[in-house]
Design a protein around this ligand. Sequence first.
Ligand SMILES: *Cc1c(COP(=O)(O)O)cnc(C)c1O
Length: 219
Amino acid sequence: MSIKDNLHTIKSSLPSHVTLVSVSKTKPVSDLMEAYDAGQRIFGENKIQEMTEKWQQMPKDIEWHMIGHVQSNKVKYMVPYVKLIHGVDSMKLLKEINRHAVRWRKNIKCLLQIHIAEEETKFGLDEKELDELLHSDEFKSFENIKIVGLMGMATFTENQEQVKREFNHLKSIFENCKSLESLNLKLETLSMGMSGDYSIAIECGSTMVRIGSSIFGGR
Ligand SMILES: *Cc1c(COP(=O)(O)O)cnc(C)c1O
């Protein structure tokens, strides 16, 4: 199947309240253009340098989402154009994003990444760290960022019950924090679900899925 056909199949299976981020990491611009020509406008990348190179070469009506782990010293390269940063998981990083956003007189939308998987290696805040961050005075002082939601990755396992449990956990954290509205915080987006588990994620309340290999093929 072509990229266009894959996109069409996936898009037609998504409920209208779920946004599709097509994850194009490691893929050449020609593949991304195939998706673009089929109507896709939201692309997810996990390396800032690769994303910046693609941004330079591609049409400017694309929304670029940073879905990977972000190193503070690289933030400056994407602030001019990035639309949403999914993987924010520390005060240090928020501070750096805010600092560059101030310089560019921009307001940068971010999702906080929550650790829901069993695996030790995955990044993300736990529930207690999230609570502390959102209630801190330092966070409230960041005027050029806006936390618009949460993001999480389930354990990579065949065990669907476990995946479901982890996504439900994130959904409950999301619901618990929803009432904490302030100038730089309004939770509307729940980014969960990849090629292997997006159907379960949607059942559990996802509003944004990040799908790579089912669109562009294996990496
Ligand atoms: C690579 C990646 C995806 C997409 O994974 P697929 O299994 O190819 O759909 C989604 N989210 C993040 C954070 C990723 O790094």
